[in-house]
Design a protein around this ligand. Sequence first.
Ligand code: SF4
Ligand code: SF4
Length: 162
Amino acid sequence: MLFLDKLSILAKKAEHENKAFFKNIRPGKANELDKIFHLKNTEVFSHTDCLECAHCCKTLGPRLSERDIRQLSKALNIKASKFEEQYLRIDEDGDYVFKTMPCPFLGSDNYCSVYKYRPKACSDYPHTHQPEILRKSKITIKNSFTCPAVYEIIEEVKKSWK
Ligand code: SF4
Ligand code: SF4
């Protein structure tokens, strides 16, 4: 169930507790934390319909690598330089990001029109299925403000953690 209207309030309310939760986990427990995160990630995404949400594609832009740019321009049958000119800008960190948000490839039905060729940052998001969650705790808490699934995963992990 999505609760985008309340997400920022809920995430803000949980932020302090979430920071304390991660802070209290010893590095030796990092693998155990990954296991619980991956389990809860599977459970939560089994009842989360990203097509009803698309909040990440509407509000967060991915960083695009040279490889992403090559892949997308090839898929769109245009030169990489043309793709950059049309869709990209360089942000304050020197990374390529989309000029406009919501993402120019997001349809009104929330489908990604370049799904097969989407940037790696898109396919990796929200990273809760990946290793080293403890090391990525800051970004995971940050993502709980954007992604309802991440908020829910953290809540479920806290309940299961002994
Ligand atoms: S490229 Fe596709 S997956 Fe990535 S932000 Fe745009 S619409 Fe979303
Ligand atoms: S914000 Fe989370 S739940 Fe929403 S579309 Fe993105 S990954 Fe799916």
